[in-house]
Design a protein around this ligand. Structure first.
Ligand SMILES: Cc1cc2nc3c(=O)[nH]c(=O)nc-3n(C[C@H](O)[C@H](O)[C@H](O)COP(=O)(O)OP(=O)(O)OC[C@H]3O[C@@H](n4cnc5c(N)ncnc54)[C@H](O)[C@@H]3O)c2cc1C
Length: 407
């Protein structure tokens, strides 16, 4: 059925929509608005949408950087600007860029996402490697290569056993077991000691008990040493210190331990929750500001906040585009409803857990990959070269023919 709001192309032409942040939320909002001829400016400090779900493949040398970065200048019908927005004046409806230039807007979509949170852990910022951008992924890859080429055993500590920590740990194990013997036999012959640390009692702590048990079993069988129910109190150049004072030696420490919200300062300051996420109402607007939306990782409703997931941000981006088109036509925006597509963690290349609604599924082999590909294909911002590259890699991975990309 034709969407009556989308069908009328004329009213949006004069309204200026400023979208800050080109992640899943901002990118999908901007693209959808542009298709309906609104005047859209998309600003991102990096100039790319980073496809974070595939960063661990870049960090482990299985996919090249360009697969996970989508340049904003390729978004049709949108004015794209690579710049940092450092302040937003909600009263004057103006955004100020880091170079001092200001931009007025009629509608604002704040979609600045989240970034690494070291929670004040001494030494973490200096010695631990986060995984949030393509640069982060390449830094991890370089550290693994450097350490792996030294003529000694390799010790790696991954801090944080949520989906990111579990996936990166499993991917490192896969690379060592299946990929390096073919491509870098010298690196593969060393013993690799892989540690995963989390203060939760089990990996994947916000998944079901069955998924946690499954992740524990698969990782343990793969030789990963789990340190659950403990905290890293210090990261040093030679490893980490745990809360009982013990020291885990490591040449490479990867931080998958937490997030903090990324947002420009705003006047007046918005209400935020304990995690720093901007409080929004059911229509995804900031309270008291009818033309200002905040979405994705950077925002949450006060009641039943949604998880920080690409699927949430994407659906919210599409919803605010629809809402802004309604407002331009003099209608009220509707409340946002999340369509839960489930959550998944690839524990190893042939083993995943999938949770959709109250159900838990343990999926292995081809079925795991098919679901993994389906979920990621639904999120990929274009269906061309990038999806082809991911499919080719997935096939190689499944058939044991993946290659470690040396640079
Ligand atoms: C390693 C990893 C793996 C993940 N895997 C999955 C997965 O498998 N499935 C899933 O659903 N989710 C996954 N996620 C979560 C998912 O990537 C995030 O929930 C999603 O990216 C949030 O989208 P967003 O639009 O809110 O923010 P982001 O995607 O973080 O985008 C925010 C954008 O804002 C820009 N920005 C920030 N501040 C400014 C500023 N002041 N001015 C201008 N631009 C700014 C940034 O450059 C960035 O491009 C993963 C996350 C990570 C880190």
């Amino acid at each position: 059925m034709t969407d009556p709001v989308a069908a009328d192309p004329s009213p949006g032409i004069q309204s200026r929509v400023l979208v800050v942040g080109a992640g899943f939320g901002g990118l999908y909002a901007a693209r959808s608005l542009a298709r309906h001829r609104a005047s859209v400016t998309l600003v991102d400090k990096r100039g790319y949408q980073t496809f974070q779900p595939l960063l661990y493949q870049v960090a482990t040398g299985l996919l090249p950087r360009d697969v996970v970065e989508y340049p904003i200048h390729e978004v049709h019908g949108v004015e794209s600007i690579t710049a940092t927005v450092d302040h937003i004046d909600l009263v004057a409806s103006q955004a100020r860029f880091a170079d001092g230039v200001s931009r007025s807007f009629d509608y604002l979509v704040l979609a600045t996402g989240a970034s690494v949170n070291f929670f004040g852990t001494p030494g973490a910022a200096e010695h631990a490697l986060p995984l949030y951008t393509a640069d982060d992924a390449l830094a991890i890859k370089a550290a693994l290569q450097r350490a792996g080429q030294a003529d000694q055993d390799l010790h790696i500590v991954v801090i944080g056993a949520g989906p990111t920590g579990v996936e990166v740990t499993g991917a490192i194990r896969d690379v060592v077991d299946y990929v390096l013997p073919h491509t870098f036999p010298a690196m593969a012959r060393h013993q690799v000691h892989l540690h995963l640390v989390d203060h939760a009692k089990a990996p994947l702590s916000h998944f079901s008990a069955e998924s946690q048990a499954d992740a524990t079993r698969v990782l343990t069988e793969a030789g990963v040493i789990l340190h659950m129910g403990t905290t890293v109190t210090e990261v040093r150049g030679d490893g980490v210190v745990l809360e009982d004072g013990s020291h885990l030696a490591a040449e490479v420490v990867i931080w998958a331990g937490g997030l903090t919200v990324n947002a420009p300062t705003t006047s007046p300051a918005p209400a935020t929750d304990s995690a720093g996420r901007i409080t929004i109402d059911a229509t995804l607007r900031m309270s008291g500001h009818d033309h200002v939306y905040a979405i994705g990782d950077a925002a949450a409703t006060a009641v039943d906040p949604l998880p920080q997931l690409g699927s949430v941000a994407k659906q919210q981006g599409l919803h605010v585009a629809h809402s802004i088109r309604r407002q331009i036509r003099g209608k009220e925006p509707k409340a946002f409803t999340y369509r839960d597509l489930g959550e998944m963690a690839m524990i190893r290349h042939d083993h995943a857990v999938v949770e959709a609604g109250p159900r838990h599924h343990e999926v292995t082999g081809l079925a795991a990959f098919t679901m993994w590909l389906g979920l990621h294909a639904a999120l990929l911002p274009d269906n061309g070269d990038r999806l082809a590259a991911v499919e080719a890699w997935a096939h190689e991975n499944l058939t044991g023919r993946s290659q470690f990309l040396a640079d």
